[in-house]
Design a protein around this ligand. Structure first.
Ligand SMILES: [Mg+2]
Length: 245
């Protein structure tokens, strides 16, 4: 049996160094049976920087910029890039979002080819995000607004989120959903749980993900008690991946 492990980085794999080390050790032992993918809101460069800084293992795949880019080693997956480019009008999307006073544009390194990013400066203005999504839909722009970390607002192609990227990768590898575990802690991880893969939510998850889980969680999802990478290990045990590998 093999396993595809898809994990978010900040506040999931990374956050408790002892937990990260313990998980790394297990992964190193099981490495030949595990496909490892990191799934993050960060850009590829920023994610690689974090990997070096926190002594993370080199993964087989990178799902970066909130699922809009997939890298195998150091190359961007051209098929995924082509799929997301269909119907993606970045300029029109950015200009519509700039009309919202509640949003402040993030600095250039955090922008992506398929991702326009803003900060929501005041949580009380969160309803504006629904207005923005409605306006995008009305204008016929194929885009989705993703809110995460109580502050980050990413607007990406309708087909491009972490969950869709994971399913694309899983199918490419011919791995079954029940042989795949996704792990996350925040709003931009919600799409990971909207597919058929097994999913663990770490114990330190933010209210935006917990409230989704309370309303829409499925039997193939598990809310861990343990936090950060310890929560991933708890999920691996819950779904009996530790025993089978
Ligand atoms: Mg996170």
């Amino acid at each position: 049996m093999s396993l595809l492990l898809v994990t978010d980085l900040d506040n999931t794999l990374v956050g408790d160094d002892d937990g990260t080390a313990k998980l790394n050790q297990w992964l190193s032992d099981a490495r030949e049976q595990v496909y490892l993918a990191y799934s993050t809101g960060r850009s590829y460069d920023s994610a690689r920087h974090l990997m070096a800084e926190r002594s993370l293992l080199e993964p087989d795949y990178w799902i970066t910029a909130v699922g809009t880019e997939i890298y195998t080693q150091k190359s961007l997956d051209p098929t995924w890039a082509k799929q997301l480019s269909t119907d993606w009008d970045r300029k029109a999307v950015a200009s519509m979002a700039e009309g919202f006073k509640a949003l402040e544009r993030q600095p250039e390194p955090d922008q992506g080819r398929w991702k326009v990013s803003f900060y929501l400066e005041n949580l009380a203005e969160a309803p504006a995000l629904e207005d923005l999504q409605a306006q995008l839909n009305t204008a016929g722009l194929s885009a989705q607004v993703i809110f995460s970390g109580s502050r980050d607002v990413d607007i990406v192609p309708a087909a491009g989120n972490k969950g869709n990227a994971t399913t694309y990768l899983r199918e490419h590898l011919s791995i079954k959903p029940e042989e795949t575990l996704v792990c996350g802690d925040s709003g931009n991880d919600i799409s990971l749980y909207q597919q058929q893969e097994r999913g663990v939510i770490v114990g330190n998850a933010l209210p935006e993900l917990l409230s989704w889980y309370e309303q829409q969680g499925q039997p193939h999802h598990y809310l861990a008690r343990a936090t950060y990478a310890w929560g991933i290990l708890e999920g691996l045990a819950y779904f009996q991946f530790l025993r089978h590998l």
